[in-house]
Design a protein around this ligand. Structure first.
Ligand SMILES: O=C(O)CCC(=O)C(=O)O
Ligand SMILES: [Fe+2]
Length: 339
């Protein structure tokens, strides 16, 4: 009998459990505490996943707009895994995990040492996180629900609504209609980048401390993303306000690859949108949903080998505001760039 060879229950302990997370690059499972180091090593080794080749599950957001094909919100290269399948995969994993826990519970039930059994969090959350953190485009990460609805409202109020006649008084500069890379309202802070002259100069306006929560969220949620880590310090910020009914859009472009650093983070506020990436030296096209309150991070190929744009028809709602943070090549101290 198998039970007869087991050690007495009192001496048995629940084995220490380690939370494993799938590497968004190679798909291998790694202890979550080692994930950041592993992802960086994986990417340094040139293991950028090619589009569509990733093995981690991908969630897709359906943007609910009447008359619009919701399937168009699905990245064109998304692996043949539907959201329902993902949920089922996660449910199956959760069931297996639960069964394992149950087995252990049964074992430790007889344990008279009165030591509490060690427990780990249910894996579903981390699986979803891993799925969202996984690049759907090499080097591109979308982190969902990064801020609360209340924080979103505060930020929108702080930035002001350009369609209501005036900008918010507390947030300088005023919104201005711009025609660079498409028509939309814009304002910026921190290092000043002169794209025509390809120069940068010290800030005339520091980045408002009210926007600091975005940097905190990026550091917290994307510390495993290459070039972010837990100390990422942007020195320039710009806001764009898109009003779909005024025909606003973002034309295909790449943010200056010499003047700004290798990681760019953008928070979406007010409304969902879909960003279209087009390969610079190829014909591939990838459509990535950017839900409101999400932060999108461009690094690696998504930053250096693809152009990005937002078509007018891919802007939802009345007003979408984006806040983009970059680290300028022109090195400056945090205190000189931030309020
Ligand atoms: O609005 C966005 O999400 C992107 C903005 C952008 O690409 C830029 O400011 O360069
Ligand atoms: Fe951009």
């Amino acid at each position: 009998m198998a039970g007869a060879t087991r050690p007495p229950a009192a001496r048995r302990r629940a084995p220490a459990r380690v939370l494993l997370q799938a590497c968004p690059v190679c798909g291998r499972l790694r202890p979550s505490t080692e994930l950041a180091t592993h992802v960086n090593a994986c990417l340094d080794a040139g293991n950028w996943p090619s589009s569509g080749a990733q093995t981690t599950t991908t969630t897709t957001t359906t943007l609910d707009a009447p008359g619009r094909d919701s399937a168009s919100a699905v990245p064109s290269h998304a692996p043949e895994v539907s959201l329902t399948q993902n949920v089922n995969v996660n449910k199956k994993r959760a069931r297996e995990e639960k069964d394992k826990d149950k087995e252990e519970e049964e074992e430790v039930d007889n344990d008279d040492s009165h030591e509490p059994a060690k427990r780990v969090a249910a894996p579903t959350t981390s699986s979803f996180l891993a799925a969202w953190n996984a690049p759907r485009l090499a080097g591109h990460f979308v982190l969902e629900n990064v801020i609360t609805e209340a924080a979103e409202l505060d930020l929108l109020r702080f930035l002001g609504d350009p369609t209501k006649g005036s900008s918010s008084k507390q947030c300088e500069p005023m919104w201005r209609l711009r025609h660079f890379n498409g028509t939309a309202y814009g304002k910026s802070w921190g290092i000043q980048t002169n794209l025509a002259g390809r120069t940068q100069s010290p800030p005339s306006l520091r980045i408002p401390s009210a926007l600091r929560c975005v940097v905190d969220a990026v550091r917290e949620r994307a510390s495993h993303v290459p070039h972010i880590g837990s100390t990422w310090e942007p020195t320039e910020a710009n806001a764009i306000a898109y009003v779909p009914r005024l025909g606003h859009s973002l034309e295909p472009h790449a943010d200056d690859r010499n003047l700004s650093g290798p990681a760019i983070a953008t928070l979406s506020l007010g409304a969902d949108a879909i960003m279209t990436f087009t390969e610079e030296k190829g014909t591939r096209r990838v459509r990535v949903p950017l839900p409101r309150r999400s932060i999108a991070i461009q690094t690696g190929p998504s930053r250096y080998a693809w152009l990005h744009s937002i078509q007018n028809g891919d802007l939802q709602g009345e007003l979408r505001v984006s806040l983009t943070f970059r680290r300028g090549k022109f090195e400056m101290e945090r205190r000189d760039c931030w309020e």
